[in-house]
Ligand binder design. Structure first.
Ligand SMILES: [Zn+2]
Length: 367
């Protein structure tokens, strides 16, 4: 659906004489694959040789590497997007996903004992790094990239200004870190060497020059995410409006309100269709407009942003704490927790505990 809309948009915009040079999007979107010319069509039109079909890395069975799938949907007449960029916020999410997926593996696979707290902190470091380095030349960005992991292991030698202990900060702004504090706050490269090596390996694919170049820009696609939320308010996902005029009206209303505010959109609509608005309606729209403007200004305040961030951190801390407690008590959800045989990886972790003594629910299954 998203891909079809994206291709249609690209064709329409190009037809109006504005070919798109750069596109900022999510990493896991199929859109980038679909917004290309089909390899088969290019070969048939003599624009590409059969031997130039892009291939994946070589495998044991296929030394040449398997052919990449042909998902291109863009007509040959429409030029391809020259540069595909990544949304920095979404790139940080991808980094978090890679780390969290390792941290939630069984103890056999997660030998380094990487915890969710470690992952969360590295994810935050990555976000800070991208926001503070995206305007720098790629070489500088690439040289500073190891700081994302090094900072977590108490090495602040290449940290940027996002770090309170950064050497690039003026002395009066730089914080001092005692040995005792550093032990409490950070991991150690010596004591936690296997974890450091694992984190460096997990991060390596995100800090290559090519990968960093995709995030080195001041743009983002978070406005689109906000618009998604707005559309979901008028057209909730649990209700089926599929292909009805109601869905079109609801999406159009969300887009109109997002573009010119509710007051502007409703007033303009009423004027066009000849509906007279009374003083009560005008007063209501005025109040909504003011509320919206004041709320937006309040949320943009630095002190409010910091307060929000503190609240978020506190919530995460409490959530991790309660999760640890629940894991200790054995009341967390785990795949195939009850199974006494099979090849589920989680079974091995729980095999040393006595069956039927974990939680009341388990007893019920065995009776
Ligand atoms: Zn640092």
């Amino acid at each position: 659906m998203e891909a079809i809309a994206g291709v249609k948009l690209l064709v329409e915009v190009a037809a109006n004489g504005t070919p798109i040079a750069r596109l900022v999007g999510d990493d896991d979107s199929s859109l980038s694959a679909n917004m290309k010319h089909s390899y088969r069509v290019k070969i048939d039109s003599n624009l590409m040789a059969e031997t130039d079909w892009p291939r994946g890395p070589p495998t044991a069975k296929n030394s040449k590497g398997t052919k990449k799938p042909d998902h291109g949907m863009l007509p040959i007449s429409c030029p391809e997007v020259k540069q595909q960029l990544a949304d920095p916020t979404h790139r940080t999410k991808c980094v978090g996903k890679a780390f969290f997926s390792h941290a939630t593996k069984s103890k056999k696979e997660n030998k380094e004992n990487l915890t969710k707290q470690d992952c969360q902190r590295i994810k935050v470091n990555h976000g800070y790094f991208l926001k503070t380095h995206c305007h720098l030349p790629i070489k500088e960005m690439h040289d500073a990239a190891p700081s994302i992991i090094n900072h977590h292991f108490n090495d602040h030698s290449v940290c940027g200004k996002w770090c309170p202990y950064s050497l690039f900060l003026p002395e009066e702004e730089r914080k001092e870190l005692s040995e005792e504090e550093s032990k409490k706050r950070y991991r150690s490269k010596i004591v936690h060497l296997p974890m450091y090596e694992k984190c460096t390996a997990l991060m390596s694919r995100f800090i290559t020059r090519e990968c960093l170049a995709e995030s080195a820009h001041p743009y983002h696609s978070q406005t689109n995410e906000a618009l998604n939320q707005s559309v979901a308010t008028y057209a909730p996902k649990h209700k089926n409006y599929s292909k009805t005029p109601s869905l079109k009206c609801r999406v159009s209303f969300a887009a109109g309100v997002h573009s010119v505010s509710m007051k502007g959109f409703v007033s303009s609509y009423c004027e066009r269709v000849g509906i007279k608005t009374n003083s009560a309606t005008k007063s209501f729209l005025e109040r909504r407009n003011n509320e919206h403007i004041n709320k937006a200004a309040y949320l943009k305040k630095l002190s409010v942003k910091r307060k929000r961030s503190r609240g978020k951190k506190l919530k995460q801390k409490e959530s991790f704490k309660s999760e640890r407690k629940e894991t200790k008590q054995g009341i967390t959800y785990q795949t195939a927790y009850r199974m006494t045989s099979g090849d589920d990886k989680n079974y091995e972790d729980n095999s040393d505990a006595e069956q039927g003594e974990r939680i009341d629910g388990v007893h019920l299954f065995y009776i």
